[in-house]
Design a protein around this ligand. Sequence first.
Ligand code: DX5
Ligand code: ZN
Length: 226
Amino acid sequence: MQSIYVLMDSKLIAPSMLAADFANLQQDIEMVNQSEADWFHLDVMDGVFVPNISFGMPVIKAMAKHTKKTLDVHLMIVDPDRYINTFSDLGADVLTVHYEACTHLHRTIQAIKHAGMKAGVALNPHTPINVLEAIVHDIDLVCIMSVNPGFGGQSFIENTYNKVSELKNLIDQKEAKTLIEIDGGVNSDNAKKLVDAGADVLVAGSFVFKSENPTTTIKELKQVIA
Ligand code: DX5
Ligand code: ZN
């Protein structure tokens, strides 16, 4: 585990393990450990909030025995409050919930922090940035979904650049320290433009794991955004 703020000056790459080989998870975890990647991005889907089910607690517990970098857990589940302490116990460093899944977002964020984790809030592509106006200074990370959540390998939504700029302005205006993360369809063609617009953390699943040499792909992504 490492503090997310230690690396705030550099831009981060978080490979999404959703695109890893689930039959050889340890091998793919070691690849990320030894690569220039900064975080592990873990996508938890419940089949209700999103039309897909990924992996849950037992798998994350097994993965956490091998991961040597920040665990960035993205919950695509309804009523995430039920599991905040569970994910803390599993070793999550950053716990991201969806704005659209939280009735009392402020309470949820406080509970995540109280459990010792950094608090993230994800916004679906249709959700405007301004819904975070009253709360952005309380959030450690905002994850802008650049695809509709639920599946890896989808195409990047171009309007994301506008949302990143708008969020960056809001964060500056509020003098907040919130990190901006982009999730979905990230590749070497859009990475630089996203960072230029204000992104701090880029999640990349398929682009990394479906490439011929994932270690080199991560290195190249880091170079593009350096
Ligand atoms: C989508 C997930 C993403 C996904 C990204 O619901 O939140 O993290 O794994 O995968 P790619 O990079 O393949 O779009
Ligand atoms: Zn994700």
